[in-house]
Design a protein. Structure first.
Lengths: 242, 196, 405
């Protein structure tokens, strides 16, 4: 009898200890990105999103652009002219005409909840994963470019030439459309997108469906701007300072 | 009369066709071409043989199935992943030279060239491990978040948007962050004054 | 009373027939070359880019597809609205429609970045929320309906005759959907300032009547002249005034479209760019589409001194085709040339051509690909009139017009 009691006491004590740890110091250990088991399907319980504080981007987003290039290997299309070369993310300078107020911000795929590119794609190659990441399934992309016509953010590029030396985690090729995929390969491994890690002081990545996540708390407290909110696309990428 | 002749003619043509096909087939080398050895060795010969037997016939279907699983559902197990195939079957270097899918010795190209079957994967996919690129050294997520909380001037001071007991940051660090943000603001306002 | 029309194949076997076929064949060869060149190198050899993503091939393709729907309209007038004078024109009308559609679709298909992946669509990769996917069904269905329609017109059996009218109505409804679908490709694009208007669907319908009627007039006149058949003024005048009516309708819809746009402040930028800017699109719109493509043909058709003048009719039809081409070029290329508005009331700049009026000029390959599609459509017609009884033996006034004296 007493033996069982002591066991029970130990067990309860252990639980309490765990709880204590969880409430005392989760800040540092709080992981926005949870690595899902590799064999598990993505679910709609999660919706990945990103918050970009433009006031904290000292370089206006150059580091993000460079990190994206390095991660996905774009920027190696020498035959194409400047207007034909792919850009997954770009630095946009905005000057308001009346006030002259200038902001720079990185613009890429905004990962809309109701994405126009997904609606118009005839084959379903332009797709939204259950967790809200919008990407191109290049296997069935016929290269009609209708999604590029439909995207309000000019987020997509068409590969105009034969590519070589693509990176193992980012297959890209001639005759298909491509864009920011929020680094699906990294997110599935529980990592942040490359741009977030390149500018951690200004970018925050996390689950918008989880009210406890840092990004949700930050957006709930201070709000966040969507580019072209008038279209009602409910974007996954939000901005501060624009 | 005529019909009998045509019958004879037909059978002659048919039999000669069959003979020709037989000759043609026997002229074909029945042995598949020599393939490059895989890097990984299986635990037992039986497992290896089962793998070889299955993949010889079904590799395209396995890859096709896995392709949709990965792209659409985000399932990233190594089994039947093209990247895992490449990492095992294509060496990083051969005689100091990187092997590309355009080289006939490339594991996939050897057979595909032999049976004259077009190989589309490598229009987009990497045809060799890491494609000769160094793995990028972007910081791990926990690192970057840690850095975000401790080192950099945040979008907002963490105590502003995180409940203090959740933030779990020491009082010392909090005051350090707050003062840093304040200096930032001071700096920024000084700058704009200077510009005017 | 009008006598029943007798149809016959084209009997020409001389240099004229084979010469035309050969010439068109050369143009098709040029198109094939253009395709293999673009396909081998990738789209960097074209003028299209990440800003202007659809270029000259799409102008040609959409022109042909829209014109196809319009060309079948002649048959519809005869079948559905019971105008007997149009009934002998029906067979050529339907066949021409099918040919133009095939030509346009081929151009559209051959411009795709990854044609090999089209096979995936046969395996079920179809997204029915996409207007494109709908159009694929509408286009292939149209060809099927045209085939049945031709059969009801050409077979003497009772079943064929009894189906004639209902198939004609089905064809008309289907054409309505088809052209609306083509217009909606642009009408549903919320992102672009110049599109995103439902009026593009009816605009495309009336435009289709102009393109189709004009092409029909030219094909009819050429084929009758070359085969030495008699073509009376009655038929031509009907077609002439039909064409004029449709041109006026297009002008009306264009006026409505631009006025609606001008009322909304958010569209002022793009309207100013197209209507009063210094770009080439402004002159294409005013001189190409409005003056050359609409007002001059209207004058040529309705000027009393030019009545029954066939050369003038050829000029008017040709001009309205050119005007239609300008119209589509301005809608397609002009609409894409104007930058997307990410931030209203702000100057925007980036390395990716934000806030810039995008330049586009077609390369030779693109033009050859487009012309190849036109030539293919015409080749089908030239072969069609030789193997099928599409052309009536005569369209002389006395045969077609019951009231002719």
């Amino acid at each position: 009898m007493s033996h069982i009691n002591s066991y029970r006491r130990k067990f309860l004590g252990g639980l309490a200890g765990t709880a204590a740890v969880a409430t005392v110091a989760p800040g540092i250990f709080l992981r926005e990105v949870q690595a899902k088991p590799a064999e598990q399907e993505v679910t709609d319980k999660v919706r990945w999103g990103m918050l970009i504080d433009t006031t904290k981007l000292t370089d206006g987003g150059d580091a993000c652009v460079e990190a994206c290039k390095k991660e996905h290997g774009w920027g190696n299309d020498p035959e194409s002219n400047v207007a034909q070369q792919a850009q997954w993310i770009r630095k946009v300078k905005v000057t308001e005409k009346l006030t002259g107020h200038t902001t720079t911000l990185p613009v890429m795929c905004q990962h809309c909840e109701t994405a126009p590119c997904v609606d118009v794609c005839p084959t379903g190659a332009s797709m939204k994963r259950a967790d809200g990441i919008v990407q191109v399934n290049k296997h069935i992309c016929i290269g009609c470019r209708y999604c590029m016509m439909a995207c309000p953010y000019k987020a997509r590029s068409f590969v105009h030439e034969t590519l070589t030396n693509q990176l193992p985690d980012t297959p890209r090729g001639k005759g298909t459309v491509e864009s920011c995929n929020m680094c699906v390969n990294r997110v599935d491994e529980g990592k942040n997108p490359a741009c977030v890690d390149a500018a951690p002081q200004a970018l925050l990545f996390g689950d918008l469906n989880d009210p406890q996540s840092k990004i949700s708390v930050a957006l709930k407290t201070y709000g966040g701007t969507q580019i072209r909110a008038d279209l009602g696309l409910n974007t996954g990428v939000r901005y501060w300072g624009i | 009369m005529l019909s009998r002749y045509s019958k004879i003619l037909k059978s002659v043509i048919l039999s000669s066709l069959i003979i020709m096909m037989g000759v043609g087939l026997s002229a074909c080398d029945s042995k598949p071409p020599e393939l490059m050895k895989a890097v990984k060795q299986f635990e037992s010969d039986e497992i290896r043989d089962a793998h070889v037997k299955n993949m010889r016939v079904n590799h395209m279907d396995e890859l096709l199935h896995k392709r949709d699983q990965t792209v659409i559902k985000g399932i990233r197990t190594k089994k039947h992943s093209l990247k895992a195939c490449i990492n095992c079957h294509v060496p990083e270097q051969v005689n100091g030279k990187e092997l590309k899918h355009t080289d006939p010795e490339h594991f996939c190209s050897t057979c595909h060239g032999y049976v004259a079957q077009q190989l589309d994967c490598f229009q987009c996919h990497a045809d060799r491990p890491n494609n000769g690129n160094k793995v990028s050294n972007v910081a791990a997520p926990t690192d970057s978040l840690h850095k975000a909380v401790t080192e950099s001037s945040l979008h907002m001071a963490p105590e502003k948007y995180l409940p203090s007991e959740v933030a779990g940051i020491s009082q010392e660090l909090k005051s350090k962050l707050t003062s840093q943000i304040n200096t930032d603001i001071q700096k920024a306002s000084n700058q704009s004054v200077g510009e005017q | 009373m009008a006598t029943k029309a007798i149809f016959s194949e084209v009997k020409n076997n001389g240099l004229g027939y084979w010469g035309i076929l050969g010439l068109l064949g050369l143009v098709v060869l040029g198109g094939i070359w253009a395709f293999s060149y673009m396909h081998h190198h990738g789209h960097y050899v074209t003028g299209m880019n990440n800003q202007v993503v659809w270029g000259m091939p799409h102008v040609f393709a959409i022109f042909l597809i829209v014109a196809a729907s319009g060309a079948a309209n002649i048959a519809t007038i005869g079948t559905v609205f019971g105008k007997t004078i149009y009934q002998p024109l029906g067979r050529l009308s339907a066949f021409l429609a099918g040919s133009l559609l095939v030509g346009g679709l081929i151009v559209l298909l051959l411009d795709l970045g990854s044609i090999g992946h089209v096979i995936e669509m046969a395996k079920g990769a179809l997204n029915f929320k996409s207007i494109f996917a709908w159009n694929m069904i509408l286009y292939s269905g149209f060809i099927a309906i045209i085939a049945v329609y031709l059969w009801t017109m050409m077979d003497r059996r009772k079943t064929a005759k009894s189906l004639y009218r209902s198939v004609g109505i089905a064809n008309m409804v289907w054409r309505f959907l088809l052209t609306m679908g083509t217009g909606s490709i642009f009408g549903f694009l919320v992102a672009r300032q110049y599109y995103d208007a439902a009026i593009l669907a009816p605009l495309f319908i009336v435009s289709s009547y102009v393109f189709g009627t004009a092409i029909y007039i030219l094909v009819l006149m050429a084929s009758f002249k070359m085969t030495g058949r008699e073509l009376g003024d009655s038929v031509l005048n009907r077609l002439r005034y039909t064409l004029a009516t449709f041109i006026v309708l297009v002008l009306f819809f264009e006026l409505t479209r631009h006025l609606t746009n001008l009322y909304a402040t958010e569209h002022h930028g793009v309207e100013a760019y197209i209507l009063s800017g210094e770009s080439k699109f402004t002159s294409m719109f005013w001189y190409g589409q409005i003056l050359l493509g609409s007002l001059i043909p209207l004058f040529l058709i309705w000027c009393r001194f030019l009545k029954n003048n066939r050369t003038v009719l050829v000029v008017a039809a040709s001009l309205s085709i050119i005007g239609g081409f300008f119209q589509l070029y301005v809608i397609l290329i002009g609409g894409q040339s104007f930058p997307l508005v990410l931030f209203p009331n702000a100057e925007v700049s980036s390395s990716f051509f934000d806030g810039v009026n995008n330049a586009y000029s077609a390369t030779l390959a693109e033009i050859l690909l487009g012309l190849g599609g036109v030539a293919l459509a015409l080749i089908l017609v030239v072969i069609g009139v030789k193997i099928f009884r599409l052309l009536p033996e005569t369209l002389a006034d006395i045969n077609v017009d019951p009231h002719h004296k």
